[in-house]
Ligand binder design. Structure first.
Ligand code: EPZ
Length: 421
């Protein structure tokens, strides 16, 4: 198992290229199942989650070629098992997003129920409620859910809560239903908008994506396309915080600033300078950080996927900050590890009270989930001495060769292969 070792203290300076978005790539790979003929995606990030999704698609009968440029041909799915096995779903919950396209195009899907994960229970009841409203029969047995329908029929679906995956899954099923579907209380995330753009290019009729009401007029068939995936707002936000906390100056090439307003507002509140420039987003760290209070919310609110990273900034600020996590019930796993490095954080339920001006000193810490591992990398960048992060396979799920890219802008960071777990 790999580990990452960081010697803190360097001011980060220079340019970093923001890569394609993981949380756009995964549902788009599933959308390719809807097209008659191959679909090609460009700027695909080289991440283990993308690989896991490719494995799942091949298991369904697709041919998959390439990586940065990825071509998926779903012609073989018709005669395939239409099943997402436990072994894959347990490693990556996003695997359940094959259900909508399989149901919409082939009238059947069998998917392992995902079970809980480090950050929360994460049920899929809203996905299934949506499929049922479209006329699908749902059957649960032996840890699997089967959804079946001769032809889905358009319906009005009001989600009980805002769900990104639920909106995407039901949108893909409804794209090939008979009649019109209206999704209410839908997720407004840029990755939902990106999926609607791609489905539209494939021939779907979708309006309202980006708002909380999406209308989908079903069509009989969709075709393959060629599409460049949008840049990753969460990766860009993570690097922006790296600039802010190291007193650095980074130009984040192709950073999707228009998708990052909530994060940039908090960075400016903390005293960082954020400038949108023709090539991307420039972030300059202040001499001293100011405290921030934030509450995670669905988009356009503050993203939960940036909560852990922003907590590192709060631990360094002059004064007290309060962070409230409202999306996932167990997303403070990084707190004890930050405290091991020297932070002063008190958690009560979903509220973390952070006393600032932490003086981090390097130590061995354990990554527990993707964004928690990113936050430990950030803490390591400012810690005195050596920080060793273990279980970095979490990091590789969402950040492509982060150590090489940070080294390019001055960080003293290395990866070691085959380290003790
Ligand atoms: C997506 O997960 C992202 N993953 C997550 O990013 C992100 O944290 C999350 O959206 C919220 O922004 C991908 O895009 C692959 P949800 P998703 O359905 O779709 C509850 C990362 O770090 N819920 O919007 O699974 C659920 O338990 C990952 O990149 C139900 O109760 O999130 C959660 O509390 C982590 N029933 C809340 O809603 C349902 O049927 C939001 O979940 C569905 C969800």
């Amino acid at each position: 198992m790999d580990k990452i070792v960081i010697h803190g203290g360097a001011r980060l300076k220079g340019e970093l290229q923001v890569l394609g978005a993981k949380n756009a790539a995964l549902p788009l790979q599933c959308a390719a199942l809807l097209g008659e003929g191959p679909t090609t995606f460009r700027h695909v990030p080289r991440l283990s989650d993308v690989q896991t999704m490719n494995q799942l698609l091949v298991g369904l009968g697709c041919t998959v070629e390439g990586d940065r440029t990825l071509t998926i041909d779903p012609s073989g799915v018709q005669d395939g098992p239409k099943e997402a096995p436990y072994e894959l779903v347990k490693t990556m919950r996003a695997s359940v997003t094959v259900m909508g396209p399989l149901l919409g195009r082939h009238g059947f899907a069998r998917v392992s129920l995902p079970g809980g994960c480090a950050i929360g229970a994460r049920p899929i009841d809203q996905h299934l409620r949506g499929f049922e409203a479209l006329g699908a029969k749902i059957r649960m047995s032996h840890g699997y859910v089967e959804v079946k329908a001769r032809r889905l029929k358009g319906a009005r679906i009001n989600f009980d809560l805002v769900t990104v995956g639920g909106t995407q899954n039901v949108m893909m099923a409804a794209a090939m239903a008979k009649g019109t579907t209206v999704l209410e209380n839908a997720a407004r995330e840029p990755e939902v908008q990106e999926l609607a753009i791609v489905l539209g290019k494939m021939g779907a009729k979708i309006t309202g994506a980006g708002s909380s009401t999406i209308e989908i007029e079903g069509v009989d068939n969709l075709h393959g396309i060629d599409h460049a995936i949008l840049p990753d707002r969460i990766e860009a936000g993570t690097f922006a915080i790296a600039a802010a906390i190291t007193g650095g100056d980074l130009l984040l090439l192709d950073a999707p600033s228009s998708h990052m307003h909530a994060v940039l507002a908090k960075l400016e509140e903390a005293g960082a300078e954020c400038r949108v420039e023709p090539e991307g987003l420039r972030v300059i760290g202040p001499d001293e950080l100011a405290p921030i209070d934030l509450v995670t919310r669905p988009h356009p609110g503050f993203p939960t996927d940036m909560q852990a990273q922003m907590m590192v900034l709060a631990t360094l600020a002059r004064g007290q900050s309060v962070i409230t996590e409202t999306i996932f019930e167990n997303r403070f796993m990084h707190v004890p590890e930050l405290c091991r490095l020297g932070a002063d954080i008190h958690v009560n339920g979903n509220v973390a009270v952070i006393r600032g001006k932490a003086r981090y000193s390097g130590s061995i810490v354990m990554a527990t989930d993707l964004r928690a591992s990113a936050c430990l990398v950030l803490a390591g960048l400012v810690a005195e001495g050596k920080t060793e992060i273990r279980r970095v396979y979490h990091l590789d799920r969402g950040y492509e060769t982060i150590e090489k890219r940070l080294r390019k802008v001055g960080a003293k960071i290395r990866r070691y292969h085959g380290a003790p777990s």
